[in-house]
Design a protein around this ligand. Structure first.
Ligand code: PHE
Length: 455
């Protein structure tokens, strides 16, 4: 078990890979495509990119400097930087958001395990697009099967958290992340060459601004925070493990660029494939689980061995990408309980895992057995997603930008950005301007504009 000593990421690459490992996950490959599909395509993507540049990167740098300067996980960082104030609630809200996201995210992560199992046992072979729709619906609606995978996935996360992240995750991400990247490129190639793929490409590239409304903005902003793991102190917690020489600005740009490229490429896999077989782009959370197995079958219909190999590889890598993200969420909550309540890491992790299994069961059942129980028209799963991604994360981002832009001593900000004067830090002026004015105004505006959304 990891003892009290504060862990540190070994190398520059380790820092980037661990942070990118948190950012790149189901948010890019599962959530981004279905949100893009639900919100009409290219115009949503443009707004999403705007959110990444204008809100995502500055807030990521803020989280980094809050974490590294305080040397605390997000649950305790604000008590160090702003002792005796209410700012501590920003950290606590982040811990709660992490806990809630982990609960429903693990349900989908569990689905990836079922799909690995199906790929390995070759059960995709010979299925049509409609068969994939049916089999996804019957699996996700099954009362117990998804629960087993959910529990297994959370136990895997638990195991790594308890063992300590450095060796396992840092090492495996160095192999898995590049492998995922290469596989994604191959799949883009396959998908865009399917017959009828042009419509999907057009959907991604030709913006239709007539569909843009407040909901599209809220969706894009929520997706940007979710995908970059922002607004809940996840990257802030990781940054408390960064070394003194880590260049925070460069790291933020690297993570932002990697995350965005993976998301856009996932779009180029899913939509050409979906349009090619006539699946609606607004199918929601089931989108990738229906279209992808179909891509493998169709693109490699002449070479079933390749279809088999690629399916297995893809779902294994998807599960790994999800795992590096669930670890980062779990770490936020575990580190909070460990540091603030003096529980051992093992005990803290056990509490988090059991709590998430408990909530995860409700989320999972709400895809089938308890579908009719809704609040504001959303089942438990969708409600968790909505409340966290579209409310808690942007709200966290809003407060973090106000904290860094207005409250925090600017000497701290400057010394963190420049590593105590060693780096140029020419970005400082822009950063402060965005954090002080642009980000708070933009986020509030999107919120206010959507205030009637729950009607
Ligand atoms: N960014 C992760 C993904 O895209 C999800 C995540 C959200 C991770 C919030 C940590 C915190 O899959």
């Amino acid at each position: 078990m990891t003892k009290n000593k504060r862990a540190n990421f070994g190398s520059k690459l380790g820092v980037i890979l661990a942070s990118a490992g948190s950012a790149v996950g189901l948010g890019n490959i599962w959530r981004f495509p279905y949100e893009t599909g639900n919100h009409g395509g290219a115009a949503f993507i443009l707004i999403y990119l705007g959110c990444i540049i204008l809100l995502g990167l500055p807030i990521m740098i803020s989280e980094f400097l809050i974490g590294r300067h305080s040397q605390k996980s997000t649950g305790g960082a604000y008590s160090v930087l702003a002792p005796g104030t209410q700012w501590k609630w920003v950290g606590r809200m982040g811990v709660l958001a992490g806990f809630l996201i982990l609960s429903y995210y693990s349900v989908v992560a569990g689905w990836t395990l079922e799909y690995i199992f199906e790929a390995v046992t070759n059960s995709f072979s010979g299925k049509s697009a409609n068969d994939f729709i049916d089999s996804f619906n019957s699996f996700s609606g099954n009362p117990w099967k998804p629960l087993i995978w959910l529990v297994l996935f959370l136990l895997a996360t638990h195991f790594i958290i308890v063992k300590g992240v450095e060796k396992g995750i840092e090492k495996s991400s160095k192999i898995m992340m590049p492998a995922l990247f290469i596989l994604i490129i191959i799949l883009v190639g396959c998908s865009v060459s399917l017959p009828g793929a042009e419509k999907g490409i057009e959907f991604l590239l030709k913006p239709d601004f007539s569909k843009v409304n407040g909901e599209v903005f809220l969706g894009a902003m929520g997706q940007a925070f979710f995908s970059l793991s922002l607004g809940m102190g996840c990257l802030s917690t990781y940054a408390s493990y960064f070394g003194k020489n880590t260049n925070l600005t460069k790291t933020a740009f690297s993570v932002g660029i990697i995350d965005t490229i993976v998301a856009i490429m996932a779009g180029f896999i899913i939509f050409p494939a979906a349009f090619s077989v006539g699946i609606q782009p607004d199918a929601g959370p089931s989108l990738i689980f229906i279209t992808l197995p179909n891509v493998f079958q169709q693109a490699f219909s002449g070479a079933p061995v390749l279809a088999y190999i690629f399916s297995v590889m893809f779902y294994v890598l998807l599960a790994v990408a999800a795992l590096t993200s669930t670890i980062s969420m779990h770490e936020v909550v575990t580190a909070y309980l460990h540091e603030e309540f003096k529980l051992t890491r093992g005990r803290a992790a056990t509490l988090v895992t059991s709590g998430c299994i408990f909530l995860g069961i409700f989320c999972s059942l709400s895809m089938g057995a308890t579908k009719e129980y809704t609040l504001f028209g959303l089942n438990t799963f969708d409600l968790f997603d909505f409340v966290t991604a579209k409310i808690m994360l942007p709200l966290g981002g809003l407060l973090i930008s106000i904290f860094t832009g207005w409250y925090l001593d600017k000497k701290i900000v400057k010394s963190e950005i420049t590593n105590n004067g060693q780096l140029k830090g020419s970005i400082y002026v822009y950063l402060i301007f965005i954090l002080k004015y642009i980000a708070p105004v933009a986020i509030s505006f999107i919120f206010i504009n959507e205030l009637g959304f729950l009607k």
